[in-house]
Design a protein around this ligand. Structure first.
Ligand code: ATR
Length: 274
């Protein structure tokens, strides 16, 4: 049986095995997909052992940068992201690193939610790995502007410099921003602590601005609550991005694109029941 895994630490609550099992059932692909806990100091050895037999792996926190270094070749989007969430064993036995996070986000916005990014004023909150992972696919959609705002402004400035050959990207502090934008994406980890990045409510034009949180939970995240309270046109959480980055990885491995809608509905149902 063709074997795939997701590596992480912790990994117990990963939804990837369920998602890929549902994709495999839906597309009639014969494969096995499980979760593997890699020791914090031993990801590389674990991955090498797995790939003696295995064909592909997803990689999640905290190993995406290590996976980037492990891969012997990288796709252009993984190279730009500086991180790998999808490893594939090529026919010559070497490991190729890819990053499907940005494609997943863009697909969730553009295809699932019908929110075109072309010509839009976009604000990205945060400047960590989550932001770096999505910048190239987002800029490829040709927004009018893409502002990266971060608590530590220097990190936003570094990212803006790193990507400014790809489009109109700039950096900002949270408090410098007041003018409404078309789309706000929260890619900070503030929600994990029940926090909200300190941004002005005037950034939302009621009935117009779309707000997206890369995080998700049983209850709306603090950012999603804030967006709803201030009249955002559409408020989305990151469950769709999770399903779409998985579908993109499945496509990379199997050459078949699963339909994410029924899988996302099942994830939503389990989250609500959880
Ligand atoms: P990830 O890989 O999820 O992006 P990360 O690299 O640790 O994780 O980055 C976390 C991001 O969330 C950073 O942009 C961080 O801001 P700093 O660079 O200033 O540390 C941001 N962040 C975390 N907690 C936050 C909070 N309470 N308010 C605002 N931003 C926060």
């Amino acid at each position: 049986m063709d074997r795939y895994v997701v590596f992480g630490n912790p990994i117990g609550h990963s939804k990837s095995p369920l998602i890929h099992r549902l994709f495999a059932e839906q597309t009639g692909q014969q494969l096995e997909y499980s979760a593997l806990l890699a020791p914090l100091d031993d990801f590389t050895a674990c991955a090498r052992t797995f790939f003696q037999e295995g064909l592909g792996a997803n990689v999640t926190v905290p190993f995406k940068e290590e996976a980037y270094r492990l891969a012997s070749s990288l796709t252009a989007r993984a190279q730009r992201a500086g991180a790998v969430n999808t490893l594939s064993k090529l026919v010559d036995g070497s490991l190729q690193g890819d990053n499907t996070d940005g494609a997943g986000l863009v697909r969730d916005l553009v295809v699932n939610a019908g929110v075109s990014l072309a010509g839009k004023r976009i604000l990205l909150l945060g400047a960590g790995g989550a932001v770096r992972g999505v910048l190239e696919p987002m800029l490829a959609e040709k927004p009018a502007s893409l502002v990266i705002a971060n608590r530590t402004v220097e990190k936003a400035e570094l990212l803006a410099e790193l990507f400014d050959d790809l489009g109109p990207v700039s950096a900002s502090g949270f408090s410098w921003l007041a003018e409404p934008v078309d789309l706000i994406i929260n890619a900070t980890s503030a929600s994990l602590a029940g926090d909200l990045p300190p941004i002005a409510a005037s950034l939302i034009e009621p009935g117009h601005t779309v707000c997206y949180d890369m995080m998700y939970g049983k209850e709306p995240t603090p950012f999603c609550k804030w967006a709803t309270e201030h009249g955002a046109k559409l408020v989305l959480d990151g469950l769709g991005m999770l399903a779409e980055q998985a579908a993109e990885a499945f496509f990379v491995w199997r050459g078949v694109r699963p339909d994410t809608a029924p899988v996302l509905a099942e994830l939503r149902r389990q989250l609500a029941a959880g």
